[in-house]
Design a binder for this molecule. Structure first.
Ligand code: PLP
Length: 665
């Protein structure tokens, strides 16, 4: 029967990353360095996360030389305080460290290029509007006069109220009605350093009207619609069809209008924003050059100017690859600061104008690192193939499958495994399985025979996975194979609530267990979340070189939690999360290192209860409960429900309403 399998392509074992899952490695052959490499921790986590000798993730919020916190020990302690998983832990010192890094990078760049203007940072509130987060950012950023950027009236209210430092900038973006604009003018009289940025052409008329009515004028900025290319997912934030900003003709007519209303004296700022997560530094350079020239031109038209705001977009290296790909970027923070400073300096010198105060609005780069999302695994599921004994008079389909299985096993015994022969055998297995299904539909085989056919196909899959290298050189059909039999790890989490960008824009975040890292992970699995939605899964992971669909994970142990961390998710995830299947917010805690080497729990934000999420959708939990009480009375009267059981039911529901929306043990 081997004539069908005549194509031979020898695989050089030295060239392929050949590991069998039945590796001979014992627990002791596996080191924490192996884990660090496997999960890419060394690359994406280097400054803040590492693995200690107990095989657990350690957080060093002030960098490798600072104090360390064992994440697993922290989780255990929090659970002792009744703060159950899933849980967000925010390390305030990381936030401080990020702010320091960004300000230092600009200070260094200014010195290097002898830049004579200032640098001022501004945090875009839309990244994370949670009260404690904004308050913490303002207090950490005080020494650099860190400001805020608001993109809506509600965000403006937060910024106006919390940002008391008169030297910190309040950049007012977003769509603006008359009330918004008047508020920014009055804010100046309150002592707030607010700049209203014109994003839409009709806002000019509103600004003129408001200024005339109030007899006072605002500080004015203009957002330019650049022609430079954008990058990655947010590439449409820029260019002529972008939703935001003024085109060049619009900028010129705005300058004219402001001039005739005697407001040109208040035009101080030029703003642009290339989009979030800029992957390629070349894109930023183009935009900077273009914006620099526009800045000069507006200045030459008679506006005082003084501020150039380069927006956000400073990228995060989620996969640690340092490449111009969506989960990474091809530049360092220092490269970024150098390019901003050097490009604008060059432009000012050649046009002989004063160097402006540079503003950047980094959100992702400030807020991503300091938040870690932790969840526990509720259980695992997988297909376990057993091979039923051969019976007399088996259908030809079943015996074909048996032969295929034997062939796969035979090929697997070879010293140099022939991948293309395996592929052919696999194709046969798939074909025979389809035959079985057709035969069943037409009534030629019974349910029992169909079950046998499926079991043998699984056995084929299993036999293949055991010998296939975990290599991206595999043909596509074989690459996806291992997913078929992979373990599903059930996560006590809603992807839609806690990490929505993995679903919405296929963003990659680092995901890994936070303990048992001195133990070889022997399973390959992906995560399924609690929602009844097949999109509710995490099945794309950072690999070394390529993305992978399965993650190396440990076998669950009885009576022991298995805890997974999702890292670098401090920006955008919380507010973009939704109530799909009514899973609400998780618990969140703020941790700060203290003088004595330990840490302090600064804030505890309790998760939504079931009552909370029901109310969010206009249900009245009391009313729902009352209806159930009446229904159980009726059932008691009919003799279908015992009084004792009715009490039990109501008590379950009452307790449940006060608890979080996640699973409890
Ligand atoms: C979203 C946004 C930012 C923040 O972008 P990041 O990529 O998170 O730094 C900054 N400025 C404006 C105008 C934005 O819309």
């Amino acid at each position: 029967m081997s004539s069908r399998y005549s194509r031979m392509v020898a695989i050089d074992p030295a060239q392929s990353t050949f590991h069998t899952t039945e590796s001979s490695m014992s627990k002791n052959d596996w080191t924490i360095e192996d884990s660090s490499y496997l999960y890419g921790l060394k690359k994406w986590g280097k400054r803040y996360f590492s693995i200690n000798h107990a095989g657990q993730i350690e957080v060093h919020p002030r960098g490798p030389d600072g104090n360390r916190i064992d994440l697993m020990a922290l989780v255990n302690e929090l659970q002792g305080r009744n703060l159950q998983l899933p849980l967000i832990v925010r390390f305030e010192d990381i936030l401080q460290d990020r702010l320091e890094a960004i300000h230092q990078a600009f200070a260094k760049a200014k010195q290097r290029y002898k830049y004579t203007g200032e640098y001022l940072g501004v945090f875009p509130i839309k990244c994370n509007q949670q009260r404690h987060v904004v308050e913490e950012i303002i207090s950490c950023g005080r020494k650099w006069n860190l400001g805020l950027e608001a993109g809506s009236k509600a965000e403006l209210l937060i910024a106006l109220s919390l940002l008391e430092n008169p030297r910190a900038l309040l950049v007012c973006n977003g769509y603006k009605d008359q009330r918004y604009i008047e508020t920014t003018i009055l804010a100046r009289q309150l002592g707030r350093n607010a700049v209203v940025v014109i994003e839409q052409i009709d806002e000019v008329d509103r600004i003129i009207k408001a200024s005339q009515e109030l007899g006072a004028s605002p500080s004015i900025g203009i957002r330019a619609k650049l022609a430079s290319r954008g990058s990655g997912h947010w590439k449409n934030s820029i260019g002529t069809s972008s939703k935001f900003g003024l085109s060049i003709p619009d900028i010129l007519s705005t300058v004219e209008k402001l001039k005739s209303a005697n407001l040109l004296k208040d035009l101080q700022l030029l703003h642009f924003h290339v989009g979030s997560q800029i992957n390629d530094i070349g894109i930023l350079k183009d935009a900077l050059q273009e914006a620099g020239q526009i800045y000069v031109a507006i200045n030459q038209l008679g506006a005082p100017m003084g501020y150039l705001d380069v927006g956000g977009g400073l990228g995060i290296d989620y996969d640690g690859s340092q490449t111009a790909t969506p989960a990474s970027r091809n530049y360092s923070l220092q490269n970024y600061a150098n390019d901003v400073v050097a490009t604008i300096r060059e432009c000012c010198i050649s046009n002989n104008i004063k160097m402006p105060t540079l503003i950047s609005e980094s959100g992702r780069a400030i807020a991503s690192h300091y938040s870690v999302l932790l969840f526990n695994v509720l259980g695992t599921g997988s297909v376990t193939p057993t091979i039923p004994k051969e019976k007399e008079n088996e259908s030809i389909i079943v015996s074909n499958l048996r032969e295929t299985l034997a062939l796969i096993k035979e090929i697997s015994q070879d010293q140099n495994i022939d991948i293309s022969r395996l592929q052919e055998a696999w194709n046969d297995a798939i074909k025979f399985k389809a035959d079985a299904l057709n035969a069943f539909r037409l009534g030629y085989i019974n349910l029992h025979e169909r079950a046998v056919a499926e079991q043998i196909t699984w056995a084929c899959t299993n036999a293949l996975i055991k010998v296939l290298p975990q290599s991206h050189q595999l043909p596509d059909e074989l690459k996806t194979l291992s997913s078929a039999l992979a373990e599903t790890y059930y996560a006590n989490l809603s992807v839609f609530r806690s990490i929505p960008d993995t679903w919405a824009i296929e963003q990659l975040f680092p995901v890994m267990p936070i303990h048992r890292l001195n133990e070889k992970p022997k399973k390959l699995g992906h995560f399924a979340d609690l929602t009844c939605d097949s999109d509710g899964k995490i099945a794309r992971f950072i690999g070394n070189g390529t993305e992978k669909s399965l993650l190396e994970l440990h076998e669950l142990r009885a009576n022991e939690n298995y805890i997974i961390g999702i890292f670098l998710g401090g920006a955008y995830q919380e507010v973009m999360g939704n109530l799909h299947n009514l899973f609400g917010s998780t618990n969140a805690v703020h941790i700060r290192l203290n003088q004595s080497g330990g840490y302090t729990l600064n804030h505890v934000v309790k998760s939504d209860t079931k009552s909370d999420v029901l109310k969010a959708l206009e249900h009245d939990p009391e009313l729902l409960l009352e209806r159930l009480r009446l229904a159980s009375e009726l059932a008691i009267q009919k003799g279908n429900l015992k009084i004792k059981d009715a009490q039990r039911l109501i008590e379950h529901i009452e307790t449940s309403l006060r608890q979080s929306t996640y699973l409890h043990h």
